[in-house]
Design a protein around this ligand. Structure first.
Ligand SMILES: Cc1cc2nc3c(=O)[nH]c(=O)nc-3n(C[C@H](O)[C@H](O)[C@H](O)COP(=O)(O)OP(=O)(O)OC[C@H]3O[C@@H](n4cnc5c(N)ncnc54)[C@H](O)[C@@H]3O)c2cc1C
Length: 578
């Protein structure tokens, strides 16, 4: 895997083969849910030598794991709650991800913490970030990000001229890390497949197989063909986030874990709307608000409100959007308006039921339960600590197996694309020269594919028209669209415009202007005829329109009703071409 060449693909043929193999024999473990936790469990299990399968009802990371703030962080605010162990664990994970597991995907990001009180706040915040920096050292690794520094108001204004001078008295700058959350999950699943895991998207668990009390597998429906099949496994791991209670209902009996959903939304605005060289973190009444640099954009978020409506398509309302604009505008000298908003996305935090009724105070820690023999439930936690959650879940699996299972080794398993990344980054000018692409383009590709860049460049070599940017989303090359289908498990236009690329939140047209071109590029590798291309574009357009209209509504109920007006994906009626 040194150059990354030949890393496992997740194309249509591989999906078909995975389904076939999962039907053919009893697995050691089958994982339900292809978010960051399920993907982490699959990688942990397969790298301990277990025969592992994973099924995901929709697209990889289409639940919460593509809709987060995209921070790999300890959570400065948990320090205030004196939850030092949680922060330490998360910061050690940050260090591992940055330096060993995924240096191509996880990057340091600076934040400015504006101070608003003259006397007590600087020593208080200063002590907090100093501790935060200290907890970030992992054994055998450095912190992976620069240390914090104190800034006067004028120095802070030089870094972030967008800030209103009257809104703060000085600042502290500290560093965290960020990741493209959806791509990370997909790369983790490619890594799991590379080690032999069988991975199938658009495969929904619709029932459980039982032998008396024991769970012996799952019944799944292939959402492309409608066909059902059984997957037998010695252990089933449920990693379905906010769907945990629904799965428990399918198993029957009272569950041990209860998860409730808390909605958080984010706005995406163009980079030039906020003049700053650094991210910004602000205190709010309930929590914190981030302004996070994101390529040529900023992500502003987030909110935290109880959500009991549709879990697949949580909707952002006008009230959510106004909340964020009001809070960020309190510190900006040139306020943002709704017209500045390119993209909006909403996600649901899987929170374990706690004592408190306020969702922002519920636990971010995770639990593992073994409610009946053959079934392990894992829920809660946060993106940053997925690896620890996965390890704990597979430890529980190991207890239920008759064989000796080695301990987790994922702290030493780099994701595909990681090995050789640094050398390629250092050689990016040479790569630009040999490929004919601009060095800025090579950098963009390296930060999305790592050393798998060669596979994308190979597509371009075979068809030079793929070197052109998409007409209307020029951050992305046409080759990236094709590659998403051939190698990255994308099955639909929506997968590509929403998760393999982030065009649906990074453009004012939200992907509509490139939908036709992208669908035509996908038609070849996914075996679509003209009818399917038309259906894909139509579905995507309806989704974008429903989202836009839902964001005009005052309440969650109205926003949800409008969002649900867009149809679910139309099944593919054309047979796959292997
Ligand atoms: C607004 C917001 C901001 C956040 N920001 C951060 C952050 O900056 N940093 C951080 O560390 N954490 C953050 N988090 C938390 C983090 O995103 C989540 O904890 C994490 O993504 C949850 O992953 P998961 O795998 O448990 O759930 P999910 O990603 O939701 O995965 C569950 C999967 O199960 C699938 N599924 C459901 N039912 C079935 C079925 N019957 N058959 C097959 N599959 C099924 C779903 O389709 C889904 O893909 C944030 C969360 C939110 C909402």
């Amino acid at each position: 895997m040194a150059s990354g060449i030949g890393a496992a693909r997740l194309g249509p043929a591989e999906r078909a083969a995975a389904l076939e193999r999962m039907a053919a024999r009893e697995l050691d473990v089958v994982v339900v849910g292809g978010g960051v936790v399920g993907a982490g469990v699959a990688l942990d299990a397969v790298t301990r030598g277990l025969d592992t399968g994973l099924v995901e009802a929709r697209d990889f990371a289409s639940g919460t794991s593509s809709r987060s703030s995209k921070l790999i962080h300890g959570g400065l605010r948990y320090l205030e709650q004196l939850n030092f162990e949680l922060v330490r664990e998360a910061l050690q994970e940050r260090s591992l991800l940055l330096q060993r597991i995924a240096p191509h995907l996880v990057r340091p990001v600076p934040f400015l913490f504006p101070l608003t009180h003259h006397l007590w706040e600087r020593p208080y915040v200063g002590a907090g970030v100093a501790l935060y920096d200290m907890l970030g050292f992992a054994s055998g690794l450095t912190r992976g990000v620069p240390g914090h520094r104190h800034l006067s108001r004028s120095r802070a204004l030089r870094l972030a001229p967008a800030l209103k001078k009257s809104a703060f008295t000085g600042a502290v700058q500290y560093w965290d890390a960020q990741v493209d959350d959806a791509r990370y999950v997909m790369m983790m699943l490619r890594t799991a497949a590379e080690y032999g895991a069988h991975v199938a998207p658009r495969t929904q668990v619709v029932g459980f197989l039982r032998e008396g009390e024991r769970v012996t597998g799952v019944r799944v429906r292939d959402l492309e063909s409608g066909a059902e099949q059984e997957i037998r496994a010695q252990q089933v791991v449920n990693a379905t986030g906010v769907w945990t209670d629904d799965i428990q209902e399918l198993v029957g009996g009272r569950g041990q874990i209860h998860v409730r959903a808390s909605k958080g939304i984010h706005l995406v605005v163009p980079r030039d709307r906020i003049h700053s060289l650094t991210g910004i973190i602000l205190r709010t009444e309930k929590s914190v608000l981030f302004v996070i640099p994101w390529g040529r954009h900023w992500i502003v978020g987030t909110t935290d409100t109880h959500w009991t409506l549709d879990k697949s398509h949580p909707a952002a309302s006008r009230a959510d959007i106004d909340y964020l604009l009001d809070h960020v505008n309190a510190v900006l000298s040139t306020p943002l308006t709704r017209d500045d908003v390119e993209g909006v996305y909403a996600g649901l935090r899987p929170l374990l039921w706690g004592e408190s009724d306020e969702t922002s105070k519920l636990s971010r820690e995770h639990v593992v339960a073994h409610p009946v023999p053959g079934l392990v439930m894992i829920a809660g936690g946060k993106y940053t600590t997925y690896r620890v959650m996965a390890r704990d879940a597979v430890d529980a699996v190991a207890h239920g197996l008759d064989q000796r299972v080695p301990p987790s080794c994922t702290d030493r398993v780099p994701l595909v694309g990681a090995e050789g990344y640094q050398a390629l980054w250092n050689s990016r000018h040479r790569l630009a020269h040999s490929s004919g692409l601009h060095v800025a383009r090579i950098e963009h590709l390296l930060q999305r594919y790592g050393s798998l860049i060669d596979e994308v460049l190979e597509l371009i070599e075979q068809d030079p028209s793929l070197a052109r940017p998409l007409n209307g989303a020029d951050d992305y090359l046409r080759a990236e669209i094709v590659y998403a289908a051939t190698h990255e498990g994308a099955r639909h236009l929506n997968d590509v415009l929403t998760r393999r690329t982030r065009i649906s939140i990074e453009t004012f047209h939200r992907g509509q202007a490139v939908a036709q071109e992208a669908a035509e590029l996908l038609a070849g590798p996914l075996g679509w005829n003209d009818e399917q291309v038309k259906r894909e574009v139509e579905y995507f357009t309806k989704r974008v329109e429903a989202e836009r209209r839902s964001q005009e509504q005052d309440s969650d109920q109205e926003a949800d009703a409008i969002r649900l007006g867009a149809p679910e994906i139309v099944p593919v009626v054309v047979p796959d071409r292997a």
